[in-house]
Ligand binder design. Structure first.
Ligand code: ZN
Length: 484
């Protein structure tokens, strides 16, 4: 008895400890279980959980790196580009903005998913870089989000960076510090806005007065280019565009802070840069450029196929595509985005030097059938210019983004419009093997095959596609050879 009595306290402690451990473990298991069940919904809970391929390369602009991020998950497709530098504050600010856009996009998909099945979505973020003669960079980041093939929404934000000091001036710092400067500046902007045909067409007098009122908040979105100051009025943006006003420096030079003022000599050069907007080419060319898939007038009895690569150039994928093409001694056609040619001029040059055909695919990849004449003209002709500038060769044809065009689009260029008849959907499945399957399904003599040289999976699958086509008696030609 004495012995057993002695043992009781020991068992008590043991039992209590066991109970505590068991309770703790079950609470822990419950916690794990709850977490798992909430995380098992189709979409990742956290933006950073979305798998993507990230690529960082030096850009054409000193001190600026360009980050490209492409989603790997076909349920949440996105293609994102943004600038980074050696300055942490700037980098964080840009990343935060991008992160928020991704988050909103994800939430919008989740919302939409509640009532809809089988829909597509898309998020495209790209940017343009401008540089003031004093070295300051202005980055205009434009994002376009669309869910279930709606018109989508466009938004933009400007960021500024002194690449030496890391400073990020606001419009208040760009203008002279005295109160009168802002007031006079507003008046100049109001003048320019009211003389701008497009702005006065789209906005009422009241709206114009509001957006140009003396208030620094009105002018927070701006870019300093080499010869003018551009303002973006995001409050009045549509699903496709943001209204802008551009003012030559000579009109506002006296209102700018010393750091941003140009010398009289600089002004003489920068002040009168003429635009070529009045040279709008008009053509009644009826040639729609639709691939003549029947290719009936063939002299040769060899079957022909044109491989086309859109949305590049890309420093990795385009170079890999070039290697595979060379292996087959084949020529292809690359429909490039002007904004990407600006960033990767040497890659565009490589494509041209390898003897491939260059095509125009617009500057920022908007749906041009919904854009204004000015926007269409600018998107196409700016891209043609940079392709020629960088490669020494003019593009041979134009492929409208999404294949969407109308008479307005057709009238803004004399390039033949080149569509496609075999859509590999490589952007959707991101699967090298499926690339071959989709080509096998629908290729025929005279086909134009649509691929994208921005997805690594396309470079992965290309060899098999070309081997198949060669074995089946196809020769590889360019789009212009097919269209002629
Ligand atoms: Zn495209």
């Amino acid at each position: 008895m004495k012995k057993t009595k002695k043992r009781f306290p020991f068992f008590d402690i043991l039992l209590t400890s066991l109970t505590i451990i068991l309770l703790g473990a079950s609470a822990y298991l419950l916690f794990i279980f709850n977490n798992n069940s909430s995380a098992s919904s189709a979409l990742p809970k956290n933006v950073d959980d979305i798998s993507s391929t990230i690529d960082e390369v030096d850009s054409n602009f000193a001190g600026i790196k360009i980050v490209t991020e492409i989603a790997n998950d076909p349920n949440t497709p996105f293609a994102i580009q943004y600038p980074q530098s050696k300055h942490i504050t700037f980098n964080d600010k840009v990343k935060k903005y991008i992160h928020r856009l991704k988050y909103d996009y994800l939430m919008n998909i989740a919302d939409y998913k509640r009532d809809h099945k089988d829909f597509t979505s898309e998020l495209n973020i790209s940017f343009e870089t401008f540089q003031h003669p004093n070295g300051l960079y202005s980055f205009v980041i434009v994002n376009h989000e669309s869910i279930d093939a709606d018109d989508g929404k466009t938004d933009m934000q400007t960021f500024h960076l002194n690449p030496e000091t890391g400073e990020m001036p606001t419009i208040t710092e760009v203008l002279k510090a005295d109160e009168e400067a802002l007031d006079l500046f507003s008046k100049v902007v109001a003048n320019y806005a009211s003389e701008d045909e497009k702005l006065s067409e789209t906005l009422s007098d009241d709206e114009l007065a509001t957006l140009t009122a003396t208030d620094a908040d009105n002018f927070q979105q701006f870019a300093l280019t080499d010869d003018q100051l551009t303002l973006y009025f995001t409050e009045y943006k549509t699903s496709q565009e943001t209204p802008t006003v551009s003012i030559p420096y000579k009109e506002v030079n006296h209102l700018l802070a010393t750091d941003f003022q140009l010398s009289v000599d600089d002004l003489a050069i920068k002040g009168d840069s003429s635009t070529d907007a009045d040279e709008t080419p008009k053509t009644d060319e009826e040639d729609e450029g639709n691939p003549d898939v029947d290719a009936d007038k063939e002299v040769s009895n060899k079957k022909r196929v044109a491989l086309t690569f859109d949305d590049g150039p890309d420093p990795n994928v385009t170079m890999r595509v070039l290697e595979t093409l060379e292996k087959y001694d084949a020529k292809a056609t690359f429909f490039m985005l002007g904004s990407r040619v600006e960033y990767y001029p040497e890659i565009a040059k490589n494509v041209q030097e390898a003897g491939h055909e260059l095509g125009n695919h617009s500057w920022t990849h908007p749906d041009l059938s919904k854009a204004s004449i000015e926007k269409v003209f600018d998107e196409i002709n700016r891209t043609s210019r940079i392709i020629e500038e960088v490669t020494g060769e003019k593009p041979y044809s134009f492929r409208p983004p999404y294949g969407a065009f109308n008479d307005v689009v057709r009238q803004q260029t004399d390039l033949p419009i080149a569509l496609w008849d075999v859509d590999t959907l490589d952007w959707k499945h991101r699967n090298g093997q499926q690339l071959l399957a989709s080509v096998k399904d629908s290729v025929k003599d005279g086909s134009i095959i649509l691929m994208h040289d921005i997805h690594p999976s396309t470079a992965d699958g290309l060899d098999a596609v070309m081997a198949y086509l060669q074995e089946n008696g196809y020769t590889f030609v360019t789009v212009s050879e097919l269209l002629d």
